[in-house]
Design a protein. Sequence first.
Length: 200
Amino acid sequence: MTVLRTARLLMREWKDDDVDPIARMVEDPRVGKYLSKFRNRAAVQAWIEAEREQFRRKGYGLFAVERSDPPEFVGFCGLTDVDYEAHFTPAVEIGWRLQPDCWGHGYASEAAAAVLDFGFEALKLNEIVANSSVDNLASRIVMERIGMSHDPKDDFDHPLKAPDDVLRRQVLYRITLQDWHRRRQAQLAPSSPVFGNAGG
Ligand SMILES: CC(C)(COP(=O)(O)OP(=O)(O)OC[C@H]1O[C@@H](n2cnc3c(N)ncnc32)[C@H](O)[C@@H]1OP(=O)(O)O)[C@@H](O)C(=O)NCCC(=O)NCCS
C-alpha cells in the first residue's frame, strides 16, 4: 500500500471510516463552491471504493491526507486520469480538496509537491496537468507554488459542464518531467557561496 510522508502530513489509501469526514467536508458549501458535489453518503462510499480500485489497477489515485501531529483528517490530494476528451488528453491530473479548518496553512501545496515527486519519480510520468475554474484563485496559487505553468492558449470549456454553468471555463496548468527535474535541481543546489569576511 502506497504511503507518502511530508514534514507535517501523511498521505495514504482509503479506509471505510473515511466516509464520515469526507461527507462532512464535501457538504460544506465553501468546499463545493468550484466543484461538482456528491449526492449523498452512498455516493461518497462508492467514490472511496472507486479510488481503491484505481490504486489496485493503476498504482495511483487520490490519497487521503492526514496531519500527523495531532492526527487529523485534512482532505485529499493525488493523481487521476482525466476522464473526458479535450485538447490535452489523454493526461494524468493532480487534484486536491481540503476541509476549511485546514486551509491557509500551506497543506495543499505541501501535499501536492509530494504527489508530483511520486508521479515523476515512482510512476515515471512525462507530464502532469491540473485544471480549475478560472476564479478558483486558492487552487491556482497552489498550482503555481508547486511549479506548474499556465499558458492561456490551453484554457478550455469543460466538456462535462453545461454551456450555462459558470464553472465551465477552465484554466489548464502543466508541469513536465523536465520542468520538475529543473526545479528539483534548483532546490537542491547550494545557496550562493558565502565568502570570507571582506572587511577583515
Ligand atoms: C484549493 C485548496 C485546497 C487550497 O488549500 P490551502 O490550504 O488554502 O492551500 P495553501 O495554504 O497551500 O495555499 C493557498 C494560498 O491561496 C491563498 N488564497 C486562498 N483563497 C484566496 C483567494 N480567494 N484569493 C487570493 N488568494 C487566496 C491563501 O491565502 C494561500 O496563500 P498564502 O499561503 O500566501 O496565505 C482549498 O482552498 C480547497 O480545498 N478548496 C475547495 C476545493 C477546491 O476548490 N479544490 C480545487 C479544485 S481545482
